[in-house]
Design a protein around this ligand. Sequence first.
Ligand SMILES: C[S@@+](CC[C@H](N)C(=O)[O-])C[C@H]1O[C@@H](n2cnc3c(N)ncnc32)[C@H](O)[C@@H]1O
Length: 224
Amino acid sequence: MSRLLALQELGIDTDELENLFDMPEDAVEVVHQIEEDDQEQASKAEQVVGKEKFKFLRSWPVAREAGELLYMLVRYLKPETILELGTSFGSSGIYMASAAAENSTGELITVEVSKLKHSQAKQNFRDAKVDEYFRQEIMAADQYLKKLSQPVDFVFLDCDRSRYAFYLDQLLPYLKRGALLVADNAIDRSDDMEAYHKKVLSMNNIRTVLLEIGDGLLISRMLK
Ligand SMILES: C[S@@+](CC[C@H](N)C(=O)[O-])C[C@H]1O[C@@H](n2cnc3c(N)ncnc32)[C@H](O)[C@@H]1O
């Protein structure tokens, strides 16, 4: 996929990466079902006006090709600790945890502030059969980052975008050399992410590329 070529700037062998999509069927079924349910909620919400729209809970799952790339990146890099901010119903988390399961190494720690979403995700992780490879935390991202005490080698940012620059400051002491940071919505919500985007571009120990995949993935690698 030529849209992946920019990843070579981050030291990633894209030929090898592209051969790594071998996600187990149980996990594929669950992420596709989450997508379908979200589309159903979206179309129901379209038929009503005003506050009524909020009756339909959206999970806003990661776009399918972005999720598949997360899977391949985790398969390729074999990170020990994957941190996700913004679990929702667990779609992106299942892509990453099932890659850890296929690697037989690594753990996804996924953080969500909504109790309802947290418990729906718990069921989805169970159905996807990724049991030993994830841990859910129910709290706000900044609260979790305050208590973080272990090194991290893979991060997926998918929550309140305007705070990513602040989260990066909290994360920096824990990011290993070679760690990868992936931030979603870098194209469709680029305004919200402006501070974060500028920050990663200004740091000389981080290299960053923007991929036109899904809603836009801003991918950064810690050089030292
Ligand atoms: C776009 S959805 C995440 C989608 C998910 N990554 C997936 O692919 O299925 C954003 C989620 O972030 C959660 N969120 C927003 N702000 C948060 C915060 N400060 N801390 C933790 N979670 C937050 C929301 O409740 C929502 O579930």
